[in-house]
Every structure is written in C-alpha cells, then in structure tokens.
Design a protein around this ligand. Sequence first.
Ligand code: NAD
Length: 357
Amino acid sequence: MKHRVGFIGYGEMGGGYHWEVMKDRSDVCDDLAPVAVYDVRQSRRELAAQRGMKAYDNVEDFLASDDFDVVVVACANNFHCEMTCRALRAGKHVVCEKPAAMSPEEFSEMIRVSEETGKFLFIHQNRRFDRDFMIVKHAYDTGRFGKLYNIESNFCGGTLFGWRAFRDHAGGILYDWGVHLIDQIVYMMNEPVKTVYADMRYEKNKDADDRTTVEMTFESGVKARVTVSGSFLAPLPRWSVYGEKGTLWIDELYGDSGTFRYSTDSHWEELPADVYGPQGAYVRNQERLSENLTRVSYPDDGFAPPQDWAAFLYKNIFDTIDGKAEMIVTHEQVMTTLKVIEAAFKSSEASRPVDIV
Ligand SMILES: NC(=O)c1ccc[n+]([C@@H]2O[C@H](COP(=O)([O-])OP(=O)(O)OC[C@H]3O[C@@H](n4cnc5c(N)ncnc54)[C@H](O)[C@@H]3O)[C@@H](O)[C@H]2O)c1
C-alpha cells in the first residue's frame, strides 16, 4: 500500500538511517517515499529541500499537511512525547525513536493518545535485530542453556555529545545505549522484572551518567546485568550468558558467532567428601569439569542471523498499519524497559534495590 513519510527531527537518524529506508526499501513497503521534514535547524531543512522534500520551520504547518500519513519522530528525547502526541492528534501514524519517552508516565500518555485517535504508535527498538543479540536469543529459545542463570550484556564506546550530555534532554548513557540492551533482554525473557539495582556514575560528564550498571532480577530468578560505558579503554565482552548446560560468550557488537562451552556430563553430582576427602573432592571436581568440557563455535546448528533492521522492523511497521501483522515491539515491553530505567535512577540514588510495580 502507499505510504508517505514526514520527519520531526532530521539529524543523524532522521536524515540518515530513516531517510535511507524510506527512499530505497520497496521490500519493506511497495509504495513508500519520504516527502516532508520539520527541524528546528536551518541546515537540516536545507538538506531536506536539496533532497526534494518539503521543509518546515514550524510544527503546526508541518502537521497540517495532507502529504504524508506516517511521521518519524527522531528529535532529542525530551520532545518525543509532545511531538508524538501532536502527530497522532493530527491523524498520523508515528514511528518514535528510542527511548520512547522520559518516563513511564509520559509513555502512558502516548499510548492513551494513540488509542484515542486510533493511530498506530511504534517504538524504534531496532537493536532487537543485531546479529549478536539474535544469536543469544536463538540459544535461549532453543533451550541450549537448559535452566538459565545469568545474563551479562555490555556496551562500551558510547559518546555523550550535544543534547546527549544533558539529563534534561534525556541525555546519559543509560537512556542512549542502556535502553537498547535492556529492551533486548526484556524482549527475550518475556517475563516480569521484579527488582532493579543500579550503579550510575558521572565520571567525565557531571550532568548525565556516563558509566552505568543495571542489574535486573526477573520473576523466575534469572539475573541480568547490563553495563554501558563511554570511558573504558578496552571493551568488555558483549555477552556472557550462563545456564545449567553451558555458557555462551560473544565478544563483539555485531559479532557473527560466539563460543559455547558445555559439559558432556548430563547432570551434576556431588562427589562424596567421605570418599575423596574435602580437598580431594574439590580437586576431582576441577578435573571432571575440564575432562568433560567441550567448546564449539556457536551457532553450530545452521542458524545464521541476517543483519537488516529494516527488513524486520520497518516491514513489520508497514505490515501492521496495513492490517497484515501484529506489532513486534509491543507497548508492554517498552513500558517495562522505561520502568527499569526509572527504577535504576532511584536505585542508584538510594544505593539499594528497587521493586518494579
Ligand atoms: N535506534 C537507534 O539506533 C538510534 C541511533 C541514534 C539515535 N537514535 C535516537 O534518534 C533520536 C535522534 O538522534 P540523532 O542521533 O539523530 O540526534 P541529532 O542531534 O543528530 O538529530 C536530532 C535532530 O532533531 C532536531 N530537533 C531537536 N529538537 C527538535 C524539536 N523540538 N523540533 C524539531 N526538531 C528538533 C535537531 O535540530 C536535529 O537535527 C534520539 O531520540 C536518539 O535517541 C536512535
């Protein structure tokens, strides 16, 4: 079906990734084109005009246009709620960048306006389709870990420039990168988060966090620890996931494969201390773990994750608008992630775990 797209915010994402998809990807929607831009910066409006789009310097005239039915909200985070609600009320479907909002309350308002107007609200959590994450999710979904114990997910290398350096603009490494890493795990686990414990540091940036660790405990008891940082000199491993049957490491963001270590033992048996003696049992246990350890490059079962956010997320967005699919990034998942982030700020301030209600 035919869809025309307008942008609120035409910076790196709006004028880069989103624009590229809208102009080039007939595979995600057979009749698609970017046609209009509203941006407060003149240079970005000029770029849009050079690309043949209509550029607006005020949101009222932009939203009054009938030239487009879908709006991409890709401005600074603190305007997501206001711009999304205005676009929905103007009768447009909205694709809003992450983080969806500055708080769970703001996101509730966005959902309410979407329901009231009957227009779709999509949140662009595109990193659910990163190869490294798809490999971890595949291992989890196919039962490779057995009983899952712990997830560690790290990203090092975020930079806090421009509005990203200010908390009031929803700057900070947790909103910027943490939101992706938390969303991935919330999506994969598909169960409620019970408590959050966070340690947020302000090392180079005094206004917005630049090194943060968030630990989530899920209803089943699985713990997931997410670390995002802009200040480590050497990156942490991207993923370490531990289960009863084995452990998966993936070193790099966008990694094509990881290492899965598992035991050929089918179950764990305590060695009797009265036979081996306490020290002997310890030594024999170590030998047994080494003897039975197997390392494989993973995936080893033919799974090959593609790397194409648009083919998954944007295809789903247009198919949902056209009544052919259900939204992949659900409002419930996005709300959980925003509640985790809100709890992380409270936890770090109070230096104690915070329950998610
Ligand atoms: N999903 C991802 O992988 C990903 C990656 C980068 C950024 N983002 C998100 O995309 C959004 C934009 O990030 P960016 O990197 O493009 O930032 P950017 O600073 O490059 O661009 C933002 C643009 O919005 C404009 N703008 C700001 N406030 C506005 C307002 N009130 N009305 C109209 N225009 C306004 C600015 O002039 C600028 O051109 C952010 O929400 C960010 O978190 C997502």
